[in-house]
Design a protein around this ligand. Sequence first.
Ligand code: ATP
Length: 520
Amino acid sequence: MQTAKVLTLDELTSFCIKRGFFFPSGRIYGGLRGFYDYGPLGVELRKEVLDDWWYFFVRRRSDIVGIHGSIITHPRTWEASGHVEAFFDFLVTCLKCGKDYRADHLLEDLGIQLTSVTLETLSSVIKERGIKCPECGGELSNPQPFNLMFTTYVGPKREKADEVYLRPETAQLIFINLKDVYYTAGMKLPFGIAQIGEVFRNEISPRGFLFRLREFTQMEIEYFVNPKRLDDCPMFDEVAEVTIQLLTAEQQERGSDTPLRITLREACEEGYIGCKWHAYWIGESIAWLTRIGLNPERLRVREHVKTELAHYALQTFDVEYYFPFMGWKEIEGISNRSDYDLRRHQEFSGKSMTLEDDGETVIPYVIEPSFGLERILLALITDAYRVVAGRPVLSLHARVAPIKVAVFPIVSKPDFTAKAREVYKLLKERYTAYYEEKGTIGRRYYEADEMGIPLAVTIDGQTLEDDTVTVRFRDTKEQIRISINQLTLTIESILAEWDTRYRGALDLTPPAHEQQLRKP
Ligand code: ATP
């Protein structure tokens, strides 16, 4: 069932463009690096994933509410958060051809393992190893910090005083709205605020298709907890027995790359995860990522080593996905941000950021699960993409599949097409549906498989006699016959039972060549 050869980024990118998931933005003008537009299938996939995230983390729960903040906000926000001062990567420029590189990526691409990404280390490695521009062999400049925030101006004057930033993360909008949400929604600690929205980072070298973009979408929760109650998590038992693949900071510092297979309860007891609320959010994150169809075998939780911890973080874990063409890469970060942000906003705004908790006045600590939508979509498509009998099949989980059902008349004759259009109309009221009458039925099934459509309904000779149709399953090719008046009910129950009955048909064991690659 699996792809025989390793999937390449080029193969996946052309597949996504060809099928209308994503297009390079401004393609007719040569494209703009780091920007992609969503096509018809991509936009439906995006919507399914965002809706399910919002359902799982907000609507289903009573302790989390949402906000939708502005993209341009008061510039003091980013001074307080530390972004003006500390949100940068290191830039080196070729003194001959002028090409820009992100210094740590340049060295990584040359196979140089860095112990830390500081100005000193980067400068000395470049100097000692005599690193030159890979493009033209020219001398490189000294590394310089480069702030990743995009700036623009508000109002008619283009002066320094009118300069503002496009938000580089959604989190700060949650912090600055905390008190308003707390009072208007009547929240009580512990509670969370969620937000989905576009963010902007002027990445020095965007790459990896959707992986490193300059405009992307974050789905973030800031979960506020009394700092004295970080282990007082009433929901902990719901996730405690979940086994994760955990790579601790200590293991990495020893040079080990083999994750522990450990339950969240054990990870807390052993002290690998600093507090139960942090472990709980790791558990919920893995639960959602696997719920939308990611293979748990390709997910691991990696702790940040000291030198990579952000200025605000006490402890951070990245949920990483194994991309066959890039290796383990972050798709979500889960940080304990302590009370850093709230204290800074209190200091910069002069407004109190304290909340009441059982008669106690506290500045809460924050656990932050931060998901990047586009990286998750890239992981979903990578995970679902397989080549079966020489043809691509996109085995997306039915929960997020952009189109749920295809409708095909077996032949393009008036009686058949009229009936098929009737069925299509009926289904389109409830589901994203696709209709095609041209071409052989085999070719149309292949097309549907490539688009990731889990079910195909076919109108054939028997339909005209007894009003029954066949329903074909994308992953097993199994077909069942049911009557049209049972169709929506049947599809409803098939989609609802996808995890328990139909997902099992997929072989989720990573292919042998991948297991080989993953060996430390
Ligand atoms: P990286 O180290 O790869 O630059 P980060 O640690 O800076 O990422 P966060 O600030 O933790 O990323 O952002 C949360 C999430 O946003 C990440 O887990 C990732 O999924 C997503 N993300 C971050 N930067 C980008 C980007 N340039 N393009 C697409 N998604 C991104």
